[in-house]
Design a binder for this molecule. Structure first.
Ligand SMILES: Cc1cc2nc3c(=O)[nH]c(=O)nc-3n(C[C@H](O)[C@H](O)[C@H](O)COP(=O)(O)O)c2cc1C
Length: 215
């Protein structure tokens, strides 16, 4: 696949089949994503990969918490009130969702969250506790490289806050040191034919976000 195709064709998958991704392939994808740039090569991320029975245990635990409407929280600075610009993009995203999917498919989209998208593999990214914004930047860059590397190998993905909103269920399965914070999770697997996987998101016109000076 051409690099441009990777960038334009990758999109989030929210319903995965139960087909496992071979462990060696997951390791290859992670190794490739490790090439991401970071502040003075700090590589602040640590990774925890749930597959097989562990991924199933986390999915089951998550479904129970979601159904009980348990309070969720994050180990990193949580989203506060959004500034007008990102808020407008989120509003557009919601409108797009409702215009592209039928009401039952929107319900399935929402239900998929509580079921962790049925992801057969989940990669959790941690950063050092109280890390600077640059480490957050670096770990985000790693995550983005990872989803592109996965797509390049025919593996679908979704990056989601949903994976880490009950941090205890993740910590139960791994020995994550107390000085690391769970930043995000990425689900990996193979997309079903579900309508929720056909949802297409827009990007802002370049002129709205880019100023060029010097021409
Ligand atoms: C930090 C982050 C958190 C996200 N959290 C969720 C989530 O909890 N649930 C979800 O369905 N999608 C989540 N997403 C996926 C975004 O909604 C998606 O990337 C965005 O709408 C662009 O769509 P695309 O990935 O299909 O291009 C998240 C993405 C990022 C980068």
């Amino acid at each position: 696949m051409q690099p441009t195709d990777l960038l334009t064709q990758r999109h989030s998958t929210r319903r995965f089949t139960n087909q496992p991704v071979p462990l060696d392939l997951l390791k290859t994808i992670i190794t490739e994503a490790q090439r991401s740039p970071s502040w003075e090569n700090t590589q602040p991320w640590k990774l925890y990969l749930a597959v097989g029975q562990t991924a199933a245990k986390i999915r089951n635990s998550h479904a129970a918490h979601a159904q009980a409407h348990d309070k969720s929280w994050t180990e990193v600075v949580p989203p506060k009130e959004w500034a007008a610009h990102p808020q407008a993009n989120m509003d557009q995203w919601s409108q797009d969702l409702k215009s592209q999917l039928s009401a039952p498919d929107v319900d399935d989209f929402m239900q998929a969250q509580g079921q962790l998208f049925d992801a057969p593999a989940i990669l959790y990214i941690t950063i050092p506790k109280d890390a600077s914004s640059y480490s957050v930047y670096d770990a985000g860059g790693f995550g983005n490289s990872l989803v592109l590397a996965a797509y390049n190998h025919g593996v679908d993905s979704v990056t989601a806050y949903e994976f880490i909103r009950f941090p205890a269920e993740v910590r139960e399965q791994f020995a994550i040191p107390a000085d690391e914070s769970l930043l995000i999770g990425i689900g990996l697997g193979y997309a079903t034919n579900s309508k929720v996987n056909k949802f297409q998101t827009q990007r802002e016109p370049l002129a709205d976000i880019l100023q060029i000076s010097g021409q």
